[in-house]
Write a protein that binds this ligand. Structure first.
Ligand SMILES: *Cc1c(COP(=O)(O)O)cnc(C)c1O
Length: 489
């Protein structure tokens, strides 16, 4: 029997040693402070962050589970919901909660819809939700957890949700239509008003996933960007999710989910009144709820305010415009659809986009690689204000290198072909030697993960890929090496 690689610590480690160890370990992570990460990180600058962090710290140990113990947190949460209801043009009837993130907001919206249907459409035994193909996989997680069927509907040519096709997919089991403002993969806002109207006419719920756009689109509308209404001002929209830890620029672990009225939100709550421990009621998925993220969310909205968000939106759109123009100017790169805010993806018919991604990674840039079709995804926010030009410079160079690289790859392919041909006339051992040489050529290019992504792409939609991904997730969540002991030098 083997022991776990890392044993439970017998003695305490000093703060000094812990901090030293972590600082060193952390150097392996993406260097987002440089502005080179176009995903995962949203940073409003040191001054704004400092305020949020200070308020967060005041609630470091507080638990929002029991509102009678921490009435201040209950109030801060209700205030955040109210401020967001106002931002999304809702009235005094709108109700909402702070959750740990977009995924929890979406899980709750789906659970609410399921339980709303149980009560209001009791004949439905297998509830079903219709979503555009571009909807965030947090929905699939929710459908999986809550055993709700779903139908993903192909997008229109412009990569927005196809309302007619969604309406055609409605059956007697349908309980809700969903859409995004905007979608994560392409940054385009779905036709919310059309979809909400269809939902209303069929007596269905309609959820708008504004997780990524919730704290950008309202400000862009104020700045006269042509953004259509996507919120409670649209009749038929019954719930909205919006992440305060994205363009709301608060600490990780804060999002809101809002409902048109209190009656709908009641389906979100979980209660048990027969427990020895007392009457138990919990508004969201977690039991214990960190006070810090709630207070932090409140501090972000209050401390930044409309004026601050407008300022950051202007700066963000300037950077986006520079990057968009830079990409447009490069022969062979195509921005997908017409992105409505500061999220965009680009692809290429002329070069291997994953090889281009490899080249950009080598220069320290970090971003998501998408599939179907292969593309590079950029989420641009306030932290990118000073890097747009540098990114475009590196992109131009990377494109030149990839074009050369493609020529080399063709040469490699010819070599492989030649080796295969030689197989027929040369003795076994010689062939093996040549093949080994070929393998070492591939090793030299090991930092180029393009081939791996290509292979993954070829496996898309097969059970094999699911197995590979599950295996990968298991491996990455395991201790790899025994960490060297922490000792002060
Ligand atoms: C980020 C995101 C989510 C999921 O939010 P998490 O905070 O990662 O759980 C859902 N929908 C969209 C459009 C998103 O961008």
């Amino acid at each position: 029997m083997s022991k776990p690689l890392v044993c439970f610590p017998e003695t305490p480690t000093s703060a000094k040693e812990l901090i030293k160890y972590i600082k060193e370990k952390k150097t392996a992570d993406v260097d987002w402070q440089s502005g080179k990460a176009f995903c995962l990180i949203y940073y409003p600058g040191e001054e704004r962050s400092k305020t949020i962090r200070e308020i967060y710290d005041l609630y470091f140990s507080d638990n929002a589970l029991n509102p009678t113990a921490t009435p201040s947190l209950a109030e801060l949460e209700a205030e955040v919901a109210s401020m967001c209801a106002d931002l999304f043009n809702g009235d005094g009837q709108v109700r909402g909660n702070i959750t740990s993130g977009g995924t929890e907001s979406i899980l709750l919206a789906v659970k609410t819809a399921r339980d709303w249907a149980k009560k209001n459409k009791p004949h439905i035994k297998r509830p079903m939700v219709i979503v555009p193909a571009s909807i965030h996989p947090a929905f699939m997680k929710a459908f999986h957890y809550f055993e709700v069927d779903f139908v993903p509907v192909e997008l229109r040519e412009d990569l927005r949700a196809n309302t007619a096709a969604m309406e055609a997919a409605i059956t007697e089991n349908t309980i809700m239509l969903c859409c995004s403002a905007p979608s994560y993969p392409h940054g385009v806002v779905d036709p919310v008003a059309e979809i909400a109207a269809v939902a209303k006419s069929h007596d269905l719920l309609c959820h708008v996933d504004a997780c990524i756009g919730g704290f950008m689109l309202p400000f862009l509308r104020k700045l006269n960007y042509p953004i259509p209404a996507f919120d409670f001002s649209v009749e038929g929209v019954t719930s909205i999710s919006a992440d305060i830890h994205k363009y709301g620029y608060s600490t990780k672990g804060s999002s809101v989910v809002l409902y048109r009225n209190a009656a709908l939100r009641k389906h979100q709550f979980s209660i048990y009144t027969k427990w020895n421990g007392g009457i138990y009621g919990s508004p969201t998925i977690s039991g214990t709820r960190p006070g810090g993220t709630i207070a932090g969310a409140w501090a972000a909205l209050k401390g930044i305010g409309e004026q601050g968000y407008l300022e950051m939106a202007v700066v963000t759109m300037d950077a986006t415009e520079k990057i968009r123009k830079g990409i447009d100017a490069i022969e062979g790169l195509d921005i997908m659809g017409k992105p409505d805010m500061s999220i965009l993806a680009f692809k290429s018919d002329k070069m291997d986009i994953y090889a281009l991604a490899d080249e950009l990674n080598k220069k320290g840039w970090h971003f998501e690689r998408q599939q179907l079709p292969p593309s590079i995804h950029l989420t641009i926010n306030y932290i990118h204000k000073d890097v747009a030009d540098a990114f475009i410079d590196d992109l131009q160079e990377a494109v030149i290198r990839v074009k050369k690289f493609s020529v080399r790859k063709i040469a490699n392919k010819l070599q492989v072909g030649a080796v295969k041909g030689l197989h027929k006339i040369l003795p076994e051992g010689t062939v093996a030697k040549i093949q080994k040489r070929q393998a070492s050529v591939d090793d030299v290019n090991k930092e180029n993960t393009a081939a791996m992504y290509g292979m993954m792409g070829a496996l898309t939609g097969t059970g094999d890929l699911d197995e590979i991904v599950l295996d990968f997730m298991d491996k990455i969540n395991k201790v790899k090496d025994v960490p060297r002991s922490i000792t002060e030098e």
